[in-house]
Design a protein around this ligand. Sequence first.
Ligand code: MN3
Length: 200
Amino acid sequence: MSFVLPALPYDYDALLPYMSRETLEYHHDKHHQAYVTNGNNLLQGSGLEDKSLEDVVRGSFGNNAGLFNNAGQHYNHIHFWQWMKKGGGGKALPGRLQSAIDSDLGGYDKFRADFINAGVTQFGSGWCWVAVRDGRLEISKTPNGENPLVHGAEPILGCDVWEHSYYIDYRNARPKYLEAFVDSLINWDYVEERFQAAMG
Ligand code: MN3
């Protein structure tokens, strides 16, 4: 199937003051659109034209770098927009997810510190993640367009740490951006939805 840019699930001003209209206009309308356009061009003749996006991501990893980079980023950004909302973030988590964070990640405060640290320590462009592997949560980081899908886990939360995601609003202060993402932007209802789907 060909790739289509989804509309943002909120207004361009909805994430102020933590993420600006200008950031969302460039990040969604320019960067994500480029992954869609380039991905569609590279999908032609790849042998993966009739696969789901998830299968294109897994099927191109390690053998078609151009297609993988764009398909991976398309997948990552589809979810990234939904992992944020106006009035999001903070410690009020859905119950089953809270229990899993307590048992698998050492509680909310340790999750917060470890997730931010994963994003801060990703050298260069990439992502930090919470994913489900074999029924348990784990925190990880990946370079460029990679994600937990290609490493055998199901991502339920991710934060884009490419400079295009924060440079307009935070300049070089990646830690401040990650703190704002966790404390004020995460859409825990969507994380819970992804968690339930991954746990079956
Ligand atoms: Mn991005």
